[in-house]
Design a protein around this ligand. Structure first.
Ligand code: PMP
Length: 389
């Protein structure tokens, strides 16, 4: 029996990162490829205690079906948290999602028709390209520099359903938009009538100063905002949120209902129990401190080992370095040589909706110790010198 598949199924692709991880997560390989947070940051004790309290105080509610919008006190917490970064949001606008990845899918479901235009950054988050693809958008890349999308580049997005933007420590490039760029971008988007979808899973992971206020705080009825607990608590709980302008909320809710009825009640209550009394105010600084030291180790290793002609930005937060190798080098072809030497990275081409730059690659600095970062970067440099230069 052959099943006739939907047209959208042909648009679905395996994540190249997950495919690469299968090959590279052999024991002994120094993998700088993954996008995983460090498990050493997971607050296991706090989770254990909170789980016990939830199961003691509200076991029936925690194990029962629940409202699709999400757990009320957690929605209130999110609204309060966002107020702290300048967003005026009511709890009724907060939809708790099963990871912010689900938020991207719901946004695609509600806003994209087959053939409608969607604008993305260049490069952009691969998981968003995967989430949008089944809805058959016509993707257009907006020209970017080290500060994010160029406001004048937005003209190619004229008539698009939205621009998907990652202002804080972007995955994959690590870049963070300046205050001036945010202001100019919102001004241009407003002038074009171009809605924005702002994805912010990394904003709290800054190393020196907090990033400027989100785009959503500058244009409350033109921005859909996505947040996540994955990078500040634990990704395995699959907990994120979408905050939308009020007219969009009912449709996102209906899309959510159809997708999974609601995000697990137990996980929502567990996280709320952990964070309700200000836990993140002491916990997140410990993650920042750890990741800053890791970032410094990778910066030092890159400076020590990489041959001339390679460029990188030093990220001021988040989890990634983005490297440009000399023109003409193909990172995809370099990868097997690097793996042979004992390290792995993600080739950059996968992160482009169009016009990929084959000489780019992404390195994560958060899960590997400084000593192994040093070894891994030395291996990368060797592989490059021996096979590509
Ligand atoms: N957006 C970006 C930019 C990401 O890097 C990730 C995780 N890799 C996500 C969304 C999804 O995160 P989650 O579903 O765990 O909240």
């Amino acid at each position: 029996m052959t099943f006739q598949q939907a047209r959208r199924a042909a648009r679905m692709n395996p994540s190249i990162i997950r495919e690469i991880l299968k090959v590279t997560e052999r024991p002994g390989i120094i993998s700088l490829a993954g996008g995983l947070p460090s498990p050493d940051t997971f607050p296991v004790e706090a989770m254990r205690d909170a789980a016990e309290r939830v199961l003691r105080d509200s076991p029936r509610e925690a194990l029962q079906y629940a409202a699709s919008e999400g757990y009320g006190p957690l929605r209130e917490w999110v609204a309060g948290h966002l107020a702290g970064q300048g967003q005026r949001v009511e709890a009724s606008q907060v939809l708790i999602t099963t990871g912010s990845q689900q938020g991207l899918d719901l946004v695609g479901k509600v806003l994209i028709d087959a053939g409608s235009r969607v604008a993305v950054e260049s490069p952009t988050y691969l998981g968003a390209l995967q989430a949008f693809a089944p809805y058959e958008p016509e993707l257009v890349s907006v020209a970017c520099d080290d500060d994010g999308p160029l406001p004048e580049g937005l003209d190619v997005a004229r008539g698009a359903r939205f621009l998907y933007a990652l202002p804080n420590f972007q995955n994959p490039s690590g870049r963070c938009m300046s205050e001036a760029r945010r202001a100019a971008l919102v001004e241009r988007a407003l002038a074009l009538g171009l809605p924005l979808v702002e994805d912010n899973p990394y904003g709290d992971l800054w190393f020196d100063v907090a990033p400027p206020a989100p785009l959503a705080s500058r244009w409350s009825d033109g921005v859909v905002y996505l947040g996540s607990f994955s990078k500040v608590l634990a990704p395995g709980l699959r907990l994120g949120y979408v905050v939308a302008p009020k007219p969009l909320c009912p449709k996102l809710l209906q899309a959510k209902q159809a997708a999974d009825l609601h995000t697990p009640s137990f996980n929502q209550r567990l996280v709320h129990e952990v964070i309700r009394d200000g836990f993140l105010q002491t916990h997140v600084p410990t993650i920042r401190q750890r990741y800053r030291a890791q970032r410094d180790a990778m910066r030092a290793a890159l400076e020590r080992h990489m041959p001339p002609g390679c460029h990188w930005n030093v990220p001021s937060g988040g989890m990634f370095f983005w490297l440009e190798l000399p023109e003409g080098v193909d990172a995809m072809q370099l990868l097997p040589h690097a793996v042979e030497r004992g390290m792995a990275f993600v080739p950059g081409a996968a992160f482009y909706a169009d016009h990929p730059k084959p000489n780019t690659l992404r390195l994560s600095f958060v899960t590997v110790s400084p000593e192994r970062i040093e070894q891994g970067i030395a291996m990368l440099a060797q592989a490059l010198k021996e096979n590509a230069l």
